[in-house]
Design a protein around this ligand. Structure first.
Ligand code: UT7
Length: 331
């Protein structure tokens, strides 16, 4: 009997309408389009405007697009995982609300948080549930409203991040397609380089933390950059090596969209031509948990059954890794 693997069988995505261009950022902080473009590759990002709209709004829209495209009855979904660093609330799981709102009344649902590696780790989690044979339809959503934790007076972070969401459905496959291998790592030494200080159990919210702007994301960009370049490239190279994949065998690199220079370093290390590298950082910036599924959604029409995809991500914590997946359908 052939082994059951976990394949992605549908994708969906959503980005909000409001486009925050580099020109707009020039009016908020001391920066310019030329610096942002050459140092990061970003031209614009999407921002969710409107009272009372949190990450769940983005996640619901992405899930609804997937359901509509696949003509899938939400009642068939058994589990929903929302990968996010910006849940609607600290305690009530955003995923539970998303499940109810999309009509997935037979599903259980929870959130998964590993900063920019949330979706990558979520792929491992979703695939494991399928491979175990216990569940047949797992919906993994990567969604972040990064604008809710960005200080728009801090030019070192506000130029990078944007809002968005993407969703992927995992189902069993008996043709050997889907997730093939994973190399996932973390190292707590990174916790002080990329973080949001307050609002957690270590430093609960207070007048002081608000005054000190500690509810916004902080990053030591230069240090994070160095760790990201090395580790994203190393893990992608490792996945290729232990699966005997040459650059000719890799159809696509699906890299976390944090900085074009980090993506270029990873693809160079893999010996890949630019035409095999998925990239949309110029339009969305870094959407944290949403970068990987947003890429899948944008490139879906170019993907062919059997294509070898190598995913790579790096994020706060530090967390990072790489996943090798065979694409399972032609759209
Ligand atoms: O997704 C999670 C993981 N996150 C990442 O992977 C992000 C990794 N880091 C980065 O992408 C880059 O470090 C940044 C894009 C954040 C910064 O780029 P950089 O090339 O590392 O710049 P830097 O921090 O070394 O700063 C270079 C100069 C500094 O000026 P001086 O000291 O040389 O005079 C900064 O003050 O650029 C200045 N600078 C800016 N100038 C214009 C910093 N931010 C800006 C800005 N506009 N927005």
């Amino acid at each position: 009997m052939s082994k059951t693997t976990a394949a992605i069988t549908a994708v969906g995505s959503y980005v909000p309408d409001f486009v925050m261009t580099n020109k707009i950022l020039e009016t908020l902080v001391d920066t310019n389009d030329e610096w942002i473009t050459t140092r990061t590759g970003i031209k614009e990002r999407r921002i969710l405007k409107g009272e009372g709209l949190g990450t769940s709004y983005l996640a619901i829209k992405a899930a609804e697009q997937l359901l509509e495209k696949r003509k899938l009855d939400p009642k068939e979904i058994e589990l929903i995982i929302v990968a996010t660093a910006t849940p609607d609330m600290m305690v009530a799981a955003t995923a539970a609300y998303v499940a109810s709102e999309i009509g997935a009344t037979n599903a259980f649902a929870y959130d998964l948080q590993a900063a920019c590696s949330s979706f990558l780790y979520g792929m491992s989690t979703a695939a494991s549930y399928i491979e175990s044979g216990r569940y047949k339809k797992v919906l993994l959503i990567g969604a972040d409203k990064m604008s809710s934790i960005i200080d728009y007076t801090d030019r070192t972070t506000c130029i990078i991040f944007g809002d968005g969401a993407g969703a992927a459905l995992f189902e069993p496959n008996n043709e050997g397609l889907g997730l093939q291998d994973e190399y996932l790592r973390s190292d707590g030494v990174g916790r002080n380089f990329l973080k949001m200080d307050a609002g957690g159990s270590l430093l609960p919210a207070s007048e002081e933390t608000v005054k000190n702007r500690q509810h916004f994301i902080y990053q030591d960009g230069k240090s994070v950059f160095k760790f990201a370049v090395t580790n994203m490239a190393d893990s992608a190279a490792k996945i290729m090596e232990r699966n005997n994949l040459s650059h000719n065998d890799v159809s696509w690199l699906v890299p976390h969209q944090a900085n074009k220079r980090i993506i270029d370093a990873t693809s160079n290390r893999m010996g890949l031509d630019d035409s095999k590298v998925m990239m949309n950082i110029q339009r969305y910036g870094n959407t944290t948990s949403a970068t990987l599924p947003l890429l899948l959604s944008d490139y879906e029409s170019q993907l062919k059954k059997g294509d070898n995809l190598v995913f790579a991500a790096f994020g706060g914590g530090f967390t990072w890794g790489s996943i090798y997946l065979k694409w399972a359908y032609n759209s």
